[in-house]
Design a protein. Sequence first.
Length: 431
Amino acid sequence: MSQETGGPDGDHVVHVGRQPIYDRDGAVVAHELLFRAGATASTASRRDAHATARVLVAAFTEFGLDEVAGGRVCFINLTRDFLIGQLPLPFDCSQAVLEVLETTDVDEEVLAGVTALHEQGYTIALDDFVFGTSHERLLDVATYVKIDMLDADEAAIRATVVNCRLYSHLQLIAERLETPQALDLAMSLGFEFFQGHVLGRPHVSSTVALAPSRLTRLRIMAALSGDDVDIDELIELVGQDAGLSLRLLRATNAASFGLNRTVSSIRDAVVALGLARLRQWVTLMLVADITEADPEQLSRLLIRARCCQLLAEAAGLPGEPAYIGGLLSAVADLFDEPADRILNGVPLDKTLTDALVTGNGPLGQVLAAVRAYTAPGVVPDPDVPPPAPATDDPAALASLYLTAVRWANATLSELSGELRHREPDRVAQGQ
């Protein structure tokens, strides 16, 4: 899937470049994740906070860490904003190696920030390291030092290796290895790890991305800003945002990396993720600023989800899993993707997964009935009975559908009204 054909708005595809890092035996031990503007891009077009945020969001929520890194450690380039704590790192310290870019000036603030990250358990790597720069200040807290081998002076490389070996805890990575000769030199100098085109070029992975509604995220940020958070209100707000719900489900999977845990509702995801991590993810998603669904698409998503919830409850089934199922079903249809692709990395309950992928069970019948009834281009007919589950009243599903439409319209109207009221305040405050 390309950017040109991927999504309804032409910008619903996220691309992440993944370049392997090898040990001396030729085994892949880690991957470096790189932002890419397109599926065919060979280099990064931006190395700023926006690009880094896109990589973090894509790797840990949209793709799922297992799909991107195959369970191996990820190396991720961080900009100053992340190093000094202005932007959060919403993942566990065991899941990534933090690379300090060679373009970052290691002043007192950066030194303090990186030291704090090291003390929190994060692993630090110095990218494109050379002696005689401010990055020497980080050698005591770094684990990895990456040395650029492309067109480098052999004497300078040897001197850098000798100086690095004065720090017994450091492990050296030879990067930008473009020729067999450069690889042979790195091997002879005792580098522990190796990275470059002579071994493996970056592989760009792409996935559909439904970005959350900024309106809903603003309300969620407001709800999270106080000390006394109303969990029920928070869950309702998250449930109104299809993209955010999907990402938070996947973030739950990232947060519980290595644990045998599944979730079957937004409440499960919010509780499992925790308020502190939820605040971090919402902040990071605002920075990532991926294109969001237009109001008409958002309305269809909400109607599908709400209708599934209402039909499930009418049939004596739990409503929240049906809401999640309807939401994910609508996301899959929006991007013309199979449900199993959309569900990658989402730790759903097996019953809900089966209902989405195979249509099995009572919940699968609910999802199938609502999907058939709300498919694009189909006008609901109250005289046509739903395919399943059977009801005594042929108009029952039509009634639930209209209730869901009213709810979705009221929700979107409320959000739009709040935004209109907030804009004059922002202008008056000079924001």
